[in-house]
Design a protein around this ligand. Structure first.
Ligand SMILES: [Zn+2]
Length: 253
């Protein structure tokens, strides 16, 4: 097969692939929002697209559905260019994705959320879809702190602290974007953002009062040690981690 991205395929080719056993659909769920002065607003959508693609390739029997590229980003609206949909809107979009994919004949849908604001909604949609379509499988990794914890572990292997690696436009996201969209990254503007503790309390402050409460530049972390080489490592490791997690979940059911 030349591609597993369904938007690059014709319907007869998609149908033929499904008949050969490609019955899983993988969907990235990103966002379009400020990512500091040095990364483009497409960052979470672009990362979602790539990670979902790698997950689909590693699963081996999966096609990739068009990435959802606008998410729940109200806490970033103070910054120009951010687009945000309400949680109810995202829920309706994802429900309709599920119904469309089921109608096509997919037996399993794997969601890959790559933006913090989307995790809770994705989890709700998965729970509902399981009830609405018994016998089919719906899964996705929706533990935000689990995901940042994993990324921090990979950072530590490269001598990067969790604070520098950061939860938003820090070292890890900047490295990944250097690997994927080198021309859209602005290294002259690399500067440390918020570097304090980031637990449930801080996340709550950001979600309720907006990102500027914690960081006026919109950065959580420090991009100065980012590199494209590390970006490729993050992508591979993240995809392996997610395949292991959704695989485990499937085995439990
Ligand atoms: Zn991001």
């Amino acid at each position: 097969m030349r591609t597993i991205r369904m938007e690059e395929m014709t319907w007869p080719d998609i149908k033929a692939a499904m008949e050969r056993g490609f019955r899983t659909a993988v969907v990235g769920v990103g966002s379009t929002e400020q990512h500091g002065p040095h990364l483009p607003t497409m960052t979470d959508a672009r990362i979602g697209e790539e990670v979902a693609h790698l997950v689909a390739l590693k699963l081996g029997d999966a096609l990739q559905a068009r990435t959802v590229d606008v998410g729940v980003s109200e806490h970033h609206l103070a910054f120009a260019g951010t687009l945000s949909v309400r949680p109810e809107t995202l829920k309706m979009i994802l429900r309709d994705y599920v119904d469309s994919l089921v109608r096509s004949g997919f037996k399993r849908v794997v969601f890959v959320p790559t933006h913090g604001g989307n995790f809770a909604t994705v989890e709700q949609v998965i729970v509902e879809a399981r009830e609405a379509h018994p016998g089919l499988e719906f899964t996705g990794y929706t533990d935000l702190l689990g995901l940042t914890g994993f990324l921090n572990q990979v950072s530590a292997e490269h001598g990067i602290t969790a604070e520098e690696s950061g939860a938003h436009a820090g070292e890890n996201e900047t490295s990944i974007m250097m690997a994927l969209e080198r021309d859209l990254v602005v290294p002259e503007r690399f500067a440390p953002g918020y570097l304090g503790p980031l637990g449930e309390r801080e996340v709550k402050v950001i979600l309720e009062s907006g990102m500027p409460t914690l960081s006026s530049s919109g950065v959580l972390g420090d991009p100065r040690q980012a590199s494209a080489e590390k970006g490729r490592i993050y992508l591979e490791r993240l995809a392996d981690f997610l395949v292991e997690k959704v695989g485990k979940r499937a085995a439990r059911r």
